[in-house]
Design a protein around this ligand. Structure first.
Ligand code: GLC
Length: 620
């Protein structure tokens, strides 16, 4: 494209947002004209640096703005090192990823980060350099290019709340340069930090207590909400926002399609508050959304808001002023594991009822497991309505999922056990939490079948929800917990590593063998994905509602879109249940192709997807 035409494209996109952008920026940064001027120049520069094929992709996606909202995307989340050693290795294994039916690939943090002080890559020391053992920025750009050729979108974390203490800015701050200290939160003594501690909760109470650390080099106290080596950036300083936005756009220009805004709620701090979800956070995210729409409109923002539902949904923004394109369905995930443990779907139904009532343009990312722990941020008010209490209930969930509870087949481990508050979170792979690890250890065929059935059922349920389902790499071949981290002094304290093991390629090779656990699970997930992709009842624009199954142990979800209705049942209970579909005709079982009577038996740990097609809209 001609340079002039390109500039015209930028100007037109900019003009669309100019008023709001300037207004918000000036409000946040107290009318700092020169910072704003720099910001706009930077946007123009980053647009000019965007290559022709990415700009073409931008335009294609602008012509089809709902490209991520249908029922075609299937995600996978992976550590580059655990999957294929390095980025070149991932490129070589794209056939496997395609084989998994995956067309959205989330690569865990891969930017430079000091070993042993990296929080799994979430302490970035250089936003423009890839960790040397994983490859180079050119390797990343080559990988995204290959992915795009196969129709795979690539997601990458943008760790914006903090930098590593080894980042150049932090080093210069340590050396006493005031300009760089101003990019963080530095205090001469503990007076103000102590005031913050009165109102700010702790993220890692066991492994990194407190929100501040002493910096001996600068002889000052610095804010470190996460680990002491992760220094919180001060977004009240426009230089920080300008430079970090540039870093984000730099990643977009390497072909990253989805930017995961790590720890979004934390990015604005204010004394006397809990420093979470402050209004300024929304202003910053809104500005970043406009920035993407101007510079790289094919890019999506995925907010990582691990909070209760009332805090999550506002990050979608409004229809006129959207913020994130995608958000994690975090409470649904935690409520799901609660249901696995309790065999009681009441809380999950209550949670889904709220999700189903949201506008359909809100797109969630659904998942069973991710690299982090399962935090028990459940609706305890609701649980107490039928007799549960928060602390004992959490204890039950953790006892069940760590296998301490009599008869529980689950094998997880606690994360950040905080005995003061009776709080602990939980780690483990899907297969181990479903009981496959214990069943295989015992070589008990009955238990293996049951655990496998539950594993498949959970995936089927995830595929039934609107949005983008994201598999955790290894889950497709029933990867079990990796206890090796206990022997690694750099990882020992962090039980997240339990479910971050290297993929076992010998086991992955068994995926084509129908007589193995790996083969049975892999084939089942693949079939579920295919059925989901083929049937419009799974589309993001479908009506979705809860079905009354008559049993607390059985979840029922209905979906309808363009003449196709899906009735989905999931039996979390330990006994078989017969549900009544309430339909006046026999429905087709998507899995077997058979016709099903309205009285439908569902074995324990199993599911049914039933479909009904209507000729005309009136018959619905
Ligand atoms: C996010 C990540 C988590 C990390 C934290 C700090 O919550 O998912 O792994 O520890 O941010 O960057």
């Amino acid at each position: 494209m001609e340079k002039n035409t390109r500039q015209k494209e930028f100007r037109e996109r900019f003009a669309r947002h100019a008023d709001e952008l300037k207004w918000l920026y000036m409000e946040l940064y107290h009318g700092d004209e020169s910072a704003y001027h720099y910001f706009v120049e930077m946007l123009s520069r980053m647009y000019a640096e965007r290559n022709a094929s990415l700009r073409k992709l931008d335009r294609e996606r602008l012509d089809n703005p709902d490209w991520y909202k249908g029922h075609e995307l299937v995600g996978m989340l992976m550590y580059v090192s655990a999957f294929a050693k390095n980025l070149k290795g991932v490129r070589k294994k794209l056939d496997y990823i395609t084989d998994c039916g995956v067309n959205y690939l989330h690569l865990m943090p891969l930017l430079e980060s000091p070993e042993g002080r990296s929080d799994g890559g979430y302490a970035v020391s250089d936003f423009r350099t890839v960790q040397p053992e994983l490859g180079t920025m050119d390797d990343l750009a080559a990988l995204t290019k290959d992915c795009h050729k196969r129709g795979i979108a690539v997601c990458l974390d943008f760790v914006m709340n903090h930098t590593s203490e080894d980042h150049e800015w932090a080093m210069r701050a340590k050396a006493g340069e005031k300009e760089y200290q101003d990019r963080y939160f530095f205090y001469d003594n503990w007076d103000i930090p102590n005031q913050f501690e009165q109102t700010v909760p702790q993220v890692f109470p066991q492994t990194a207590p407190g929100n501040f650390s002493w910096c001996p080099e600068a002889n000052k106290v610095v804010m470190t909400t996460f680990y002491p080596y992760q220094w919180d950036l001060n977004y009240a300083n426009p230089v920080v926002f300008n430079d970090m936005t540039e870093n984000m756009l730099y990643l977009c220009n390497q072909g990253v399609d989805v930017i995961r805004l790590d720890a979004t709620p934390y990015i604005w701090k204010e004394l006397g508050t809990n420093c979470r979800n402050l209004p300024q956070v929304h202003t910053l995210v809104r500005i970043m959304r406009m920035v993407c729409e101007i510079v790289c409109p094919g890019t999506l923002l995925l907010g990582e808001i691990v909070m209760e539902p009332s805090k999550v949904v506002p990050y979608f923004g409004t229809v006129d002023k959207p913020e994130c394109h995608l958000l994690y369905n975090v409470t649904t995930m935690a409520s799901t594991w609660h249901t696995v443990a309790t065999k009681d779907t009441r809380l999950l139904r209550h949670q889904l009822e709220q999700v189903f009532a949201l506008p359909r343009q809100y797109t969630f990312l659904n998942y069973l497991r991710c690299h982090d722990d399962i935090g028990w941020g459940l609706d305890y008010n609701f649980i107490s309505s039928y007799g549960g209490q928060e602390v004992p209930h959490k204890k039950f969930l953790n006892d069940y999922l760590t296998g301490k509870w009599e008869g529980s087949p689950a094998r997880g481990e606690l994360y950040n056990d905080d005995p003061r508050l009776g709080d602990a979170r939980l780690c483990g792979t899907t297969a181990s939490l479903c009981g496959l690890e214990a069943a295989r250890y015992e070589k008990d065929g009955f238990k293996i079948d049951w655990a496998l059935r539950e594993d498949i059922m959970l995936h089927a349920y995830m595929f039934t929800l609107s949005g983008i389902p994201v598999l955790y790499s290894g889950d497709e071949i029933a990867q079990e917990n990796d206890y090796g981290y206990h022997d690694d002094p750099l990882k020992r304290e962090d039980s997240h590593w339990l479910h971050r093991g290297d993929i076992d390629w010998d086991k992955a090779a068994l995926r084509t063998d129908p007589d193995t656990v790996e083969g049975r699970l892999f084939a089942a997930l693949r079939r579920l994905e295919t059925m989901r992709g083929e049937h419009r009842a799974f589309d993001g624009k479908a009506d979705v509602w809860l079905l009354d199954t008559g049993y607390d142990g059985v979840l029922g979800i209905g979906r309808y879109c363009d003449g196709e209705k899906l009735l989905a049942y999931f039996n979390f209970d330990v006994v078989e249940r017969v549900v009544w579909t309430g339909e006046d005709v026999e429905l087709t079982d998507l899995w077997t192709g058979e016709k099903r009577e309205p009285a439908l038996p569902i074995p324990s740990g199993d599911f049914r997807w039933l479909i009904r097609t209507y000729d005309t809209e009136e018959q619905k």
